[in-house]
Ligand binder design. Structure first.
Ligand SMILES: NC(=O)c1ccc[n+]([C@@H]2O[C@H](COP(=O)([O-])OP(=O)(O)OC[C@H]3O[C@@H](n4cnc5c(N)ncnc54)[C@H](O)[C@@H]3O)[C@@H](O)[C@H]2O)c1
Length: 298
């Protein structure tokens, strides 16, 4: 059995790595946050205190990191995965980063003969815990086939999009652009129901059997809005990051996407107001607060 390394044991990485442990893999975890590493240890994982130790102990190394900066540090930094890695290892980034970063990492890995896949995931923390994530993979087919048994542990739906390294990321960004639309749509639509004294649970039941239904409405309403609890989940700042990447792709391809542009400025503004660390469903709360402010100013 291949020995697995997992770097980034956050909301997604921890359950993904734990799933691999449950299936009998030897998994060595590493995170700059010591608390995350210790939690992984409690769940049966091995722990490393440096990237060097991960490379020494593992054959296939997966990463789940929160930003381009973090991914650059882990892959391209001094004593990072590329500098210390060699062709006997396979590197797989499951983070959602820019297509540009996928290409940069692929170039650096190729120069050192290190097989690399960019494999973002969808399905949220619940999908990671239940090992049902959708995995969208870009990169060489032969490398994909070697990693497939691992993907089949963390996910329920695995797709090799094509051999272009950023192809999985492109699909993932399209997915998250739609998540951004639905999240904003749900927030504003529910506000109409409030104003017209329609019970939100009743609305949910009716729309669940109508075309207004969506997986995002289901998730945002049932888990967050109905409980008035916005502990993430998928934080609003991570969604803002993905919308920025989607708009970068649009710009690079000279696409004019006016609604997407407006959406991105909305999320940027809401993050500036301090909602960034809460689940993206908090957009509904912000619609209410804005409305209350307007009422109070009348
Ligand atoms: N949360 C979701 O629902 C969700 C769903 C799909 C995809 N994603 C993507 O998965 C990735 C991770 O998301 P998350 O929600 O788990 O984020 P998170 O912030 O909960 O976890 C990231 C982890 O990486 C660690 N980290 C940061 N820099 C590091 C470094 N230099 N070395 C080692 N560890 C480092 C952090 O300490 C943290 O534990 C993101 O790219 C996100 O867009 C998230």
């Amino acid at each position: 059995m291949e020995r697995i390394g997992f770097i980034g044991l956050g909301k997604m990485g921890l359950p993904m790595a734990t799933g691999l442990v449950k299936e009998g893999y030897s998994v060595t975890g590493y995170d700059i946050n010591e608390k995350a590493t210790l939690t992984f240890k409690e769940r049966g994982g091995g722990i490393a205190t440096s990237i060097h130790q991960v490379l020494a102990a593992c054959d296939i190394i997966l990463t789940s990191l929160p930003s381009v900066k973090a991914a650059e540090e882990v892959f391209l930094g001094e004593r990072g995965l590329v500098e210390q890695g060699d062709s006997s290892k396979i590197l797989v980034d499951t983070s959602t980063v820019s297509p540009e970063l996928n290409q940069m990492l692929d170039k650096s890995c190729t120069e050192k003969g290190i097989p690399f896949l960019a494999a973002p995931v969808s399905g949220g923390v619940i999908g990671a815990e239940q090992q049902t994530l959708t995995v969208m993979v870009g990169g060489k087919r032969a490398v994909y086939e070697r990693v497939l048994p691992i993907f089949e542990v963390i996910g329920g739906n695995i797709f090799h999009v094509n051999e272009q390294i950023d192809s999985g990321t492109t699909v993932k960004l399209i997915n998250n652009l739609l998540i951004g639309f639905y999240t904003a749509g749900v927030s504003e639509a529910l506000h109409i129901a409030n104003k017209k004294n329609i019970d939100l649970n009743d609305l949910y039941s009716m729309l669940s059997v109508s075309y207004g239904q969506s997986r995002i409405y289901e998730r945002n309403y049932q888990t967050f809005i109905a409980n008035n609890d916005y502990e993430p989940g998928f934080s609003l700042k991570l969604l803002r990051k993905d919308l920025e990447f989607a708009m970068q792709v649009a710009e690079e391809n000279q696409l004019d996407l006016p609604i997407s542009k407006t959406l991105l400025s909305l999320y940027q503004q809401v993050e500036k107001e301090g909602y960034g660390d809460q689940d993206m469903a908090v957009l509904y709360q912000r619609v209410l607060e804005q409305s209350n402010k307007r009422e109070a100013a009348k």
